[in-house]
Write a protein that binds this ligand. Structure first.
Ligand code: SF4
Length: 454
């Protein structure tokens, strides 16, 4: 209803010209996906897009709260926007995303950043047309940070960033409260999207020729809880696998405590689902995992990896690791290196622990120096380089299916990712972009595989 009203208001306000929107996204893939949906609402109601905030009629910052630095950056940018608004008082400035999930931030915006016109939370994305209508009618600051759990933000058109890769949210929020993480406080509790909606979106993407579908959520492994229907994540994967089309399926993020054998069975059975699991281990030490409130042990993690590799010896695992969690000892760190050697991850995304105000871990008196944390990080990266170089050699002489994603025109090379989520580089031209290509692997490096098109 509000979209129709908004369309009329936009025509009335901008008359013969098409107003321009500038959308900037901070943070993770979930935020990128939300921005695609915000752009969908804008497109539907009459806006076009610009890369230049100075030319725009509406500026939207979709913010991240995971690191405090990202928040400081947004406040800095809002300072710059004040000058743009002085030149163009008609400019509408919108702040949304995870930062708005913190009351003190919303208060600070209201009090100090008068250039902001609309604030809405991650659970109120569908309310955006209503809020914009209210602003245009009443010409005063509007704010909505409620969680509209029955009003899922996916029921809108989407302006996608890619023509062959698509993110499909299947759930929002998180119930886990890992002690280092702010997400449950700013994105609320888990809400799953009804499976019929997800299947419809995937079906439509497959018909349009999309090649890779990424199922998104803070903890996709616990999909289905709280829905009226009787469904879990393995069942959802099987249903998506049954949709016609030449596409592959990935998913993120996962939590090891919900990574069951049934899930591994489903991944192994479904030919469209990549045999790759990004499963954040975070640490190899049970003491640190307990301090992180992760609710699994290193041996629980290893038993899932072993089960997958018994079924498919080449099953690929990648992971996230936090180095230098408060009071991590050398012994704890050695256990992390041990689990890396045992699993042989194909890739590791490692981060030095960064204190986040508002989380439990931020209250721990940390005795480990920054120098020591950096030194551990260096050792971890060196080990992973060794593991990748050695482990990638298993592909030499074999043929992998690669989705061609980027062109290096200078070198005449295309890079893409294999089903195993490994970067593969090969000689080809741009006509292959967005297509699946069979590549025979001829070389293995610590960052990628090289090969030639069959
Ligand atoms: S599972 Fe843990 S790390 Fe992931 S979003 Fe939830 S609280 Fe944060």
């Amino acid at each position: 209803m509000y979209k129709e009203q908004l369309k009329d208001l936009i025509i009335e306000k901008y008359r013969t010209r098409t107003p321009l929107a500038y959308v900037r996204t901070f943070g993770c893939r979930q935020n990128e996906s939300d921005s695609e949906r915000i752009k969908g609402i804008l497109k539907e109601t009459g806006f076009d897009f610009t890369d230049n905030p100075e030319n725009s009629d509406i500026i939207i910052y979709n913010t991240c709260a995971v690191r405090e630095n990202a928040e400081l950056k947004v406040f800095g940018i809002l300072g710059e926007v004040k000058h743009i608004k002085e030149k163009n008082p008609d400019l509408i400035v919108v702040l949304c995303g995870c930062m708005t999930g913190q009351k003190h931030i919303v208060e600070k915006i209201k009090k100090t950043y008068k250039q902001v016109d609309i604030v809405f939370g991650t659970g109120a994305l569908n309310e955006f047309p209503r809020l914009l209508c209210e602003l245009l009618h009443e010409k005063r600051f509007v704010c909505d940070t409620n969680e509209y759990t029955d009003d899922f933000s996916c029921r809108t058109d989407v302006v996608r960033n890619s023509t062959y890769k698509a993110d499909v949210p299947i759930m929002y929020g998180c119930n886990n409260f890992c002690t280092y993480c702010i997400v449950p406080y700013v994105r609320g509790r888990e809400r799953s999207r009804p499976s019929a909606e997800i299947l419809e979106e995937v079906r439509s993407l497959a018909e349009k020729g999309y090649k890779e579908i990424m199922l998104l959520g803070q903890n996709v492994n616990s999909y289905g809880k709280g829905l009226d229907e009787n469904i879990d994540f393995p069942t959802l994967l099987r249903k998506i696998n049954g949709i016609d089309g030449d596409f592959r399926v990935r998913f993120m993020s996962s939590h090891p405590k919900n990574a069951t054998r049934e899930l591994i069975d489903a991944i192994c059975e479904c030919d469209k689902v990549c045999k790759h699991f990004h499963l954040p281990v975070q640490s190899g030490s049970d003491e640190i995992l307990t301090a992180m409130n992760r609710n699994y042990s290193a041996s629980d993690y290893l038993s899932i990896v072993e089960y997958a590799r018994e079924k498919i010896p080449d099953f690929s695992f990648s992971t996230d690791i936090i180095v230098g969690f408060p009071n991590e000892t050398e012994e704890d760190f050695q256990k992390t290196l041990d689990i890396m050697k045992k699993v042989k991850f194909d890739s590791v995304f490692s981060f030095i622990y960064s204190k986040r105000t508002g989380t439990k871990a931020a209250l721990i008196d940390d005795k480990i120096s920054d120098k020591e944390k950096s030194e551990r990080m260096g050792r971890l990266l060196a080990l992973q380089r060794e593991i990748s170089t050695e482990h990638y050699k298993r592909f030499i002489g074999r043929t992998l299916t690669v989705l061609a994603e980027e062109e290096n025109t200078e070198k005449g090379l295309i890079t893409g990712k294999s089903d195993e989520f490994i970067i593969v580089e090969f000689k080809a031209d741009s006509s292959f972009l967005g297509q699946f290509v069979k590549v025979r692997i001829t070389g293995a490096h610590n960052w990628a595989l090289t090969g030639e098109i069959l």
